[in-house]
Design a protein around this ligand. Structure first.
Ligand code: ATP
Ligand code: MG
Length: 402
């Protein structure tokens, strides 16, 4: 247990580039962190000179402080988190805090000190701090080596107006912009591997994400709905997802499979999904649809088929994974923590009534002619009405007044 107050310093760089929007972005990130860290023993979160500082309660253990840092690194907008102590602006005290921080750094052979002062009202410059605190650490850890290039541990020392912060654990964050700084989008979420990753990529650019899932119910069981709910709970930990609509789609698919040429079924299902997603998106004030498509991955993801589905809506459709390989997507899903859930097989609307040979190069006129046989004017409002809403904790989400 340490005598010093534990802190997590949250660094962000992209936000720093945003000129006069900076305060708005900082406030957004601060609010997001407050909500996401609600279960940790925090005193407060404050802005301090180009950083946010999370102050932990007295007596907080190293393990809890580290778990808090691990939760922070995955929050969009966070470039880096440094986990350490707050102390007085006094070189002796800072030296003690540095010894405390380094003794918690785990296994290491070499270290260096990297100090900075944000105010020249502190009389000792950063070079001198590096030397003096380095000397204290050399005394305390005589068997360890100082190494300027690629040390195992860097002890950070930051002196600001009324205090200083000292840390030896610093972890890279996922970067991006705080959720809530780039508007709202509607993500088409299957229970597969790709769509949660697509949602995450857009959330990392600051968008509040809502989802819509088309279930095969009542023609299939509701397994996919449970999986999507589990996925949303994973995404919820970083404040990315606000709400998911579940649309029971099975009966309508069956109708399409009866009324339309088998080769066009998938495109027609997808066009209907897009149209419904667009209607719900408009109600929610979303500015774009998002899918997990990647060019050429499956039959429905050829250029012609993408064009034929895009033509069903006027809202822009974002495909953050369009240029990524499956291996890369799997890698991202594993890091995100959705891969295992997504790997569970579930029949959803895409596995239902699959044709033997789907069209891979759809002709838009033929698609539109086939679609004209469907009573979409009746179906679309029916399906939008039938959608069930599930809410998740997203601090940046303000529900639109109806
Ligand atoms: P995923 O792993 O995300 O399911 P996929 O490789 O299986 O993708 P498709 O089934 O062709 O590819 O789906 C492409 C995209 O269409 C998905 O990423 C998702 O955005 C959307 N989508 C597919 N099925 C559904 C569904 N049942 N509900 C909502 N969106 C869906
Ligand atoms: Mg799928």
């Amino acid at each position: 247990m340490s005598d010093f107050q534990r802190i997590c310093l949250v660094h962000y760089h992209e936000i720093g580039l945003k000129g006069h929007n900076r305060a708005v972005f900082e406030m957004r990130l601060l609010k997001n962190l407050e909500a996401i860290l609600a279960d940790f023993p925090l005193v407060t979160i404050h802005r301090i000179s180009g950083r946010l500082c999370v102050f932990m309660k007295e007596g907080t253990s190293y393990e809890v402080a580290n778990a808090c840092a691990d939760a922070i690194v995955n929050v969009p907008g966070v470039a880096r988190v440094s986990c350490g102590f707050k102390c007085e602006r006094d070189m002796d005290v800072m030296g003690k805090a540095a010894v405390g921080a380094l003794s918690e750094a785990g296994l290491f052979e070499s270290f260096k000190v990297s100090a900075r002062r944000n105010h020249t009202d502190f009389p000792i410059d950063s070079m001198q701090m590096n030397r003096d605190i380095g000397a204290v650490l050399c005394d305390a850890f005589p068997e360890k080596k100082v190494r300027m290039k690629d040390p195992d541990v860097t002890v950070g020392v930051e002196v600001v107006q009324n205090a200083s912060y000292v840390y030896a654990r610093s972890i890279r964050g996922i970067g991006g912009l705080p959720v809530g700084s780039s508007g709202k989008v509607m993500c088409l979420m299957s229970s597969g591997i790709d769509s949660p990753v697509a949602l995450w990529r857009i959330a990392r650019r600051g968008a509040v994400c809502l989802g819509v899932h088309f279930s095969g119910r009542p023609q299939t069981a509701d397994t996919s709905e449970y999986l999507v709910d589990d996925i949303a709970h994973v995404l919820e930990k970083t404040g990315c997802v606000a709400r998911v609509y579940v649309v029971p789609f099975g009966d309508y698919q069956r109708e399409i499979s009866v009324l339309c040429p088998p080769s066009l079924r998938i495109i027609l299902y997808r066009r209907l999904m897009f149209k419904i997603a667009e209607q719900i998106a408009l109600r929610e004030g979303c500015g774009a649809l998002v899918t997990g498509e990647s060019l050429g991955q499956v039959a429905s993801q050829t250029l012609e088929n993408i064009r034929a589905t895009d033509a069903a809506v006027t809202m822009p459709v974002f495909r953050p994974l369009i240029g990524t390989d499956k291996i890369e997507i799997i890698d991202m899903a594993q890091k995100l923590g959705t891969f295992d859930i997504s790997s569970i097989e579930a029949p959803d609307c895409c596995t239902l009534f699959m044709p033997r040979s789907p069209e891979t190069h759809a002709n838009l006129e033929e698609v539109e002619a086939a679609e004209a046989l469907l009573p979409l004017d009746k179906w679309i409002p029916e399906l939008v009405e039938a959608a069930e809403v599930h809410d998740y904790a997203c601090p940046a989400f303000k529900p639109k007044r109806r």
